[in-house]
Write a protein that binds this ligand. Structure first.
Ligand SMILES: Nc1ncnc2c1ncn2[C@@H]1O[C@H](COP(=O)(O)OP(=O)(O)OP(=O)(O)O)[C@@H](O)[C@H]1O
Ligand code: SF4
Ligand SMILES: [Mg+2]
Length: 386
């Protein structure tokens, strides 16, 4: 279909393309129209002078047992989305349904009970673990809080079991966080999230602070735990190379909006949005076509205080045309034959672009690719996926 055809189909709401949001009533998590604006205060009276549009109308869903990766550059709103889903932040607008229930309508007591089903893992496990508590006490606390262990003996047994599940030893329960390496601390954070048997874990850059080989171990652990217990993940990352190894579906964010979403396989095989293509090209590969694509992503990300008019990506998009400065594209689904299921793109012009190079395939000899190769190799030899 030509770009004009796509644009027309979008306008008419007919044909192969359909405008988001796409509701998913059976999903574990269904997010619609999520908005978070942070007021900026100035002057002696602290008057609100502007709004940071951190998240500006996003729709997505997460099915039971799957991993949705949320990717994008720093400041695009990934963590804010995660915090909104966990209700660590109150949204400006929108709806978050978890297990069919409107989370935002819950009073704080009811929300506290639901928290058991919704857990979080942060980037920096050292900051998120209490340095004055032993690992055993830290893992035992949620068990007590949610009545998941009958007595002291039951609690110790469960703590030992949790430690073994994440590849640590039962005697590690007596140690403090500073006695562990970064990777081991992230394992403890995973064990703490697992303790309460959640259905969804929001993992916000869980491996970004770790060395590449350790990243692979932690991701392989997360995958094997998911296989065993069936929980879903929202995996937040700026690193598409990492995401490739865990995501079932990917949502690409730019300045508070989702600009493209598809299954991971489809997104890597057939990236459509110029921003996704530029992100993929930024994965280190010394391929001349990739260098050309990299030119797409020149310049800094504009401020969320004052996002560009029309398509927010137009200031950095090599395919931008006049109308892009004016018209804001919607996330449009394309279900035409041959298209990946559930592939949506917030750019009506993608059918006119030249094919994108497949940037994450093949094996290479070049030094530039060393990081990616190490990462891939670590995943391939990873012990923890059965
Ligand atoms: N509490 C806050 N008050 C004001 N602005 C905020 C607040 N939290 C986040 N922001 C702003 O909202 C935008 C999105 O931030 P967010 O942390 O969600 O981005 P991110 O994609 O997670 O970035 P990173 O990759 O650096 O973690 C940024 O412009 C950020 O400065
Ligand atoms: S709508 Fe225009 S500016 Fe935005 S991504 Fe598409 S071509 Fe580029
Ligand atoms: Mg973040």
């Amino acid at each position: 279909m030509s770009a004009t055809g796509v644009a027309r189909a979008q306008q008419e709401g007919s044909g192969a393309s359909s405008l988001g949001p796409r509701h998913s009533s059976g999903a574990l998590l269904d997010v619609q129209g999520l908005v978070k604006h942070f007021p900026v205060k100035s002057g002696v009276f602290g008057r609100v002078s502007a709004q940071v549009r951190a998240v500006d109308g996003v729709d997505f869903h997460v099915n039971d047992g799957e991993t949705l990766a949320v990717v994008g550059e720093s400041g695009c709103g990934k963590s804010t989305v995660g915090r909104l889903v966990l209700r660590l932040l109150e949204p400006t607008a929108g709806q978050v349904r978890f297990e069919g229930e409107d989370l935002l309508a819950l009073a704080s007591e009811a929300m506290r009970a639901r928290r058991r089903r919704l857990q979080v893992i942060f980037q920096d496990p050292y900051a998120s673990l209490n340095p004055r508590m032993t690992v055993g006490a830290m893992l035992g606390e949620p068990l007590m809080l949610h009545g998941l262990a009958k007595d002291e003996r039951g609690r110790s047994a469960r703590v030992a079991e949790l430690l073994e599940l994440v590849g640590l030893r039962p005697d590690h329960a007596r140690r403090y966080p500073h006695e562990f390496s970064g990777g081991q601390r992230q394992r403890i954070a995973i064990a703490r999230a697992l303790a309460v048997e959640p259905r969804l874990i929001v993992a916000d850059e869980p491996v970004s602070a770790l060395d590449v080989s350790i990243q692979a171990q932690v991701i392989n652990l997360m995958r094997s735990l998911q296989k065993r217990f069936g929980m879903a993940y929202i995996f937040i990352s700026h690193d598409l190379a990492v995401v490739k190894h865990i995501a079932d579906r990917i949502a690409v964010m730019y300045l508070g909006k989702i600009v493209e979403t598809a299954t991971a396989e489809e997104l890597f095989r057939n990236p459509r949005h110029p921003y996704t293509r530029a992100l993929l090209a930024a994965v280190p590969l010394p391929d001349p076509t990739v260098v050309r694509e990299r030119a797409l992503l020149e310049g800094d990300i504009p401020s969320a205080l004052n996002p560009p008019s029309g398509c927010r990506f137009h200031t950095r998009c090599r395919y931008a045309r006049e109308s892009c400065h004016r018209d804001e594209p919607s996330l449009a689904y394309d279900d035409s034959p041959g298209s990946g299921t559930g592939h949506a793109t917030a750019c009506p012009w993608w059918p006119e672009f030249p094919p994108a190079p497949t940037v994450l395939e093949g094996t290479g000899r070049d030094q530039d690719k060393a990081r990616l190769d190490r990462l891939q190799a670590a995943f391939v030899t990873g012990q923890e996926v059965s």
